[in-house]
Ligand binder design. Sequence first.
Ligand code: GRF
Length: 208
Amino acid sequence: MKNIVVLVSGGGTNLQALIDAEKSGLINNGKITCVVSSNPEAYALKRASDNGISTDIIRRKDFKTFEEYDEKLTALLISKNADLIVLAGFMTILGKKVISAFKNRIINIHPALIPSFCGEGFYGLKVHEKALEKGVKLTGATAHFVNEICDGGPIIIQKAVEIKNGDTPEVLQKRVMEEAEWKILPKAVSLFCEDKIKIIGNKTEILE
Ligand code: GRF
């Protein structure tokens, strides 16, 4: 059984999708044991406590330097015995220390088809604004491992979502979440927990 720690900052709908997947048996070789938030007000914390999951808060602004923050977050995650860390709408960039301590054991969900609309500055509604601005007809979501390059780690699963006439960034964000993020993130976590993701260089192969 893999020990899953989920990092959040906001509403936590992706966390909810993971909790639901665990309950329904879609994730059956892993257990969410802790939710760590960068924001004490995050609604995601309520979702965790409603489901009997322990919580912790770690804020970048409580540390003088980024290095101290990186060190503290790494120590916290090690103390939780995390086998897998899931970034489910976590809005703080991870440091070198935590990324190397959990190499190929951190999964992120990005609301676009990488390598489109990703990298620094592409977060939240911005991603969808840029997709609409460009006029692409398809966007989607990507579940990927985290490495030192922002949104650059091995891709695990992608799912396309159609863009419709009259879409606003908000409408598109909701469709991408419903049709893609809430499906592929639990699936990627389940594959990881079943040891079905083989990493070859910067690519993955799914063993099914
Ligand atoms: C999602 O769009 C996710 O892709 C992005 O942040 C949002 C998080 O939403 N990185 P929630 O907190 O899971 O509801």
